[in-house]
Design a protein around this ligand. Structure first.
Ligand code: SAH
Length: 383
């Protein structure tokens, strides 16, 4: 066996986009159309047992069974909200489990996927941040969340197709796991797999500017930016990454994103509504100035609470006022209805079960001692 062949051994084929599969089959001297066949079996039909892939030759099936992996996540837990939202805890390896959320609506069904086990960023209002970080998910671990949701629900709901949209708004920062996220997106968009259109896949980022540029060059998808504040002073507190990539640079990257590839769709700005913090009328007016001239819409997200968060949700009246100011200035604004709050499946509530490798507990203790954190925080993770 050649060294290239050896390198390919024990790869999880579920995480390979079409091009990678073609290369894989050419290395083992198989025809390139095997890539299409494997994708259709696994992603379209939900079949992962090579024995059942009847249009592959028997020797090839045997070879694949012996030399490659076709591994799917194991469901540890399923919770179903009164509004139909479902949250799954999926075991992705022997240490970590991540959360994936299914959000059904009248005209679509959205899957919110995780891109990392935990998160390296430290947004102060987000439950995932309190968990620390255990690592990037592989492309297989990302796409298998969609595989699991689609095929699990097809059976349960007795429907031929279920998921129509995917948002990278689960655990983690997708642009910090760039290559694996791109591979997973290529599979999502492939007609031999899930065939999702470019408007149906949304990458949500806290604003890693160089990676927004890279995303723009690499692939055509929808972009959501977690802005959350109208000025650097507030954003530095809420999204510490802002100290590296301040608002002006972030907005410039958004302009470049839309200018390239003649993108017709707009950018969505996410804005969590925190009582007294970023919800005042003057903040709305500042926000209008910041995003003026960009084809965009704003999603106001009423803050979803979690234990010891230290923040409060803005009142409905403040949210309504804020929205009014934006809309009067011509900015399409939607207040995101919290979904699945009874099962802690709403934005920023995902926690999974991960092994913290970055000693976040110590980090919080330091912040608390320096008076930078109002309450003591216990990191929730497996030890
Ligand atoms: N890291 C990516 C994606 C994950 S979070 C990002 O920052 O965009 C998905 C969205 O939920 C982000 O806009 C995030 O800021 C928001 N969010 C996080 N915690 C929240 C909370 N407690 N309440 C409401 N929204 C929250």
């Amino acid at each position: 066996m050649s060294s290239i062949q050896q390198k390919l051994i024990n790869q999880n084929l579920i995480g390979m986009p079409h091009q990678d599969l073609e290369e894989f089959f050419s290395v083992i001297d198989e025809k390139s159309f095997r890539a299409t066949q494997i994708m259709k079996w696994t992603h379209q039909q939900g079949i992962t047992d090579y024995k059942q892939m009847t249009n592959l030759s028997k020797p090839l099936r045997d070879w694949l069974s012996e030399n490659t992996i076709m591994q799917m996540p194991k469901m540890i837990n399923e919770e179903i909200s009164i509004d139909g939202t479902r949250k799954w805890l999926l075991r992705v390896d022997d240490k970590n489990a991540v959360e994936t959320v299914y959000i059904p609506e009248d005209d679509r069904a959205t899957l919110c996927v995780s891109s990392q086990a935990g998160c390296i960023l430290d947004c102060t209002f987000c439950a995932t941040a309190r968990q620390g970080f255990a690592g990037n998910l592989s492309s297989a671990q990302i796409i298998s969340q969609l595989w699991f949701a689609e095929h699990h629900l097809r059976k349960q709901l007795n429907k031929p197709r279920v998921i129509s949209n995917v948002v990278f708004m689960g655990m983690g920062e997708p642009l910090a796991n760039f290559d694996n996220v791109i591979k997973a997106i290529r599979i999502m968009m492939d007609d031999n797999a899930y065939g999702l259109g470019k408007r149906k896949v949304t990458v949500s980022t806290s604003g890693i500017v160089p990676k927004i540029d890279k995303l723009r060059e690499e692939i055509d998808v929808s972009l959501a930016v977690s802005l959350h504040a109208p000025n650097d002073e507030i954003r530095n507190q809420l999204v510490p990454l802002n100290r590296h990539y301040p608002i002006k640079e972030l907005i410039a990257a958004c302009h470049r994103f839309l200018a390239d590839k003649n993108r017709k769709h707009s950018i969505t700005f996410e804005y969590v509504m925190l009582d007294q913090m970023n919800d005042q009328p003057e903040h709305a007016k500042q926000l209008v100035k910041v995003i003026q001239g960009l084809s965009s819409k704003v999603n106001l997200i009423p803050f979803n609470t979690f234990p010891n968060s230290g923040y409060k949700r803005s009142t409905d009246e403040m949210i309504e006022n804020f929205k009014e100011i934006l809309q009067t200035s011509g900015i399409t604004t939607i207040t995101r209805r919290p979904r699945g709050t009874d099962i802690a499946a709403a934005c920023g509530q995902l926690a999974g079960n991960i092994k913290d490798e970055v000693k976040r507990q110590r980090h919080y203790e330091k912040l608390y001692k320096a008076d930078l954190l109002k309450q003591k925080v216990e990191v929730q993770c497996v030890s």
